[in-house]
Ligand binder design. Structure first.
Ligand SMILES: [Zn+2]
Length: 437
């Protein structure tokens, strides 16, 4: 009898268990600042110091942390919080420790100072993705401290090398420690809350369910070398210019089902900007042009070779071989070669008809009752594609409302995270993790 009573009491406590929020927010902000002060720039991608900091924070709350060193300096961390139903495959929380380089001269703030000003924490990695990493870590700690046993095991994987394609991070973990990370669900970066980027004046949280494929193309034109004083039509630069123009006249793409679902959920016109344009179509950006003879290149020499690269991004489900063969047909010139310079990954789309997606929707709406929560595509690639290819249901969750200017500071010289949203995101993560999924 007493035993049963105690069990009921324990259940009631864990139902009601809430962290001491002001204290948790203070530790989260403090840890984020210390984390941002570690310049885990990739390349070279050394995550030793960052891993030491996070491992210490987790271990001080009783977590057993495993360290996987893929190559000297490339440290990955893994820990696990056991859940109620151990027969179900876990939920994998994933974040990365490395950040992209900085142009110090362009930064007004110290990029590794973690200065707090105007309601933001400033620094390289604040958005991509140390802020989200700390939200994941602290909400897991809070769950444990509050005695909440999650629905299933939660595995936390903190990786190196995301910004250089994951060779010594996620790809290495998949190849060498698959059993430790095998899960049904993944929560990674991607998506965001916004009042302007997806629909003007309407609060929309996009949860990433799929991403575009990177198809990088190198176009090379061959012509005849000649004296610049006597123009010829067989000029490699002219041949290349025509080819680029034709290559970039992309046919309209079939509307993608995820975008159609976004439209239905948002029930308002999608905002018109480069972001929404990119998730509705196959795209091509002309990124490099190279030609000329000599260094510096001679102005009076017509070169025999000319080269350009196109960064093409294809919607999930589009066959890149077909895309390339149609592009070649449009160019229709034997003097121009087209070479693929990336390994396209069509990882498809994760279903949003899952208990986890419903938990995410409920947790976001608890804190933002007016929000539309919708699955979305993102125009860039993430680590999740590797796991979606292995059959996991992978979502990108950034539980913060970002305005256009702030969202645009990722990888820029003014990267920052709004403190109030950082705190709110912590609560959203905590609520997601304690729900049924
Ligand atoms: Zn990232």
């Amino acid at each position: 009898m007493k035993r049963i009573f105690l069990l009921i009491l324990a259940a009631a406590v864990s139902e009601a268990a809430e962290p001491n929020w002001p204290q948790l927010e203070k530790s989260a902000l403090d840890l984020l600042q210390r984390y941002l002060r570690i310049a885990s720039i990739n390349p070279p991608g050394d995550t030793t110091a960052a891993a030491d900091l996070l491992q210490g924070a987790l271990e001080s709350h009783g977590f057993q942390v495993r360290r996987f060193t893929a190559a000297p300096g490339y440290v990955n961390l893994l820990t696990r919080l056991p859940g109620r139903d151990r027969s179900r495959k876990p939920l994998l929380l994933m974040n990365h420790m490395d950040v992209v380089p900085v142009d110090r001269a362009a930064w007004k703030m110290d990029p590794f100072g973690a200065v707090i000003q105007d309601g933001y924490v400033w620094g390289r990695g604040a958005l991509d993705m140390k802020g989200i990493g700390i939200q994941q870590i602290l909400s897991l700690i809070a769950l444990k401290e509050a005695g909440v046993v999650p629905a299933r095991d939660i595995v936390l994987l903190i990786t190196a090398d995301e910004e250089m394609n994951g060779t010594y991070g996620i790809r290495w973990m998949i190849a060498n420690h698959w059993k430790e990370i095998d899960a049904e669900y993944v929560l990674d970066e991607g998506g965001f809350g916004t009042r302007e980027i997806l629909a003007q004046g309407k609060l929309v949280f996009g949860v990433m369910v799929g991403e575009k494929q990177s198809v990088w193309l190198r176009l090379r034109a061959k012509g005849t070398a000649a004296h610049g004083s006597q123009p010829i039509p067989d000029n490699a630069n002219l041949i290349l210019m025509r080819a680029i123009q034709r290559a970039m006249e992309l046919p309209a793409a079939q509307p993608h089902p995820v975008v159609a679902e976004m439209r239905r959920n948002i029930a308002a016109p999608l905002a018109a900007n480069k972001y929404t344009a990119a998730i509705q179509a196959n795209t091509a950006s002309l990124t490099t042009l190279q030609a000329g003879v000599g260094s510096p290149p001679k102005i009076n020499v017509i070169p025999s070779n000319s080269e350009a690269t196109l960064d093409c991004r294809l919607l999930p489900g589009v066959d890149h071989r077909e895309f390339i063969s149609e592009l070649k047909k449009r160019i229709n010139d034997p003097r121009v070669s087209v070479e693929l310079a990336s390994t396209p990954n069509d990882s498809g789309v994760s279903s949003s008809q899952t208990p986890l997606f419903e938990a995410i929707r409920a947790a976001i709406r608890k804190h933002h009752p007016e929000a539309v929560v919708t699955p979305m595509l993102v125009p860039h690639g993430t680590d999740s594609s590797n796991l979606r290819l292995k059959g996991m249901i992978a979502y990108g969750l950034t539980p913060m409302v970002l305005d256009l200017a702030t969202a645009g500071t990722m990888h820029s010289d003014a990267e920052r995270i709004p403190v109030a949203e950082f705190y709110k995101g912590l609560r959203i993560f905590f609520d997601v993790l304690k729900m049924e999924y």
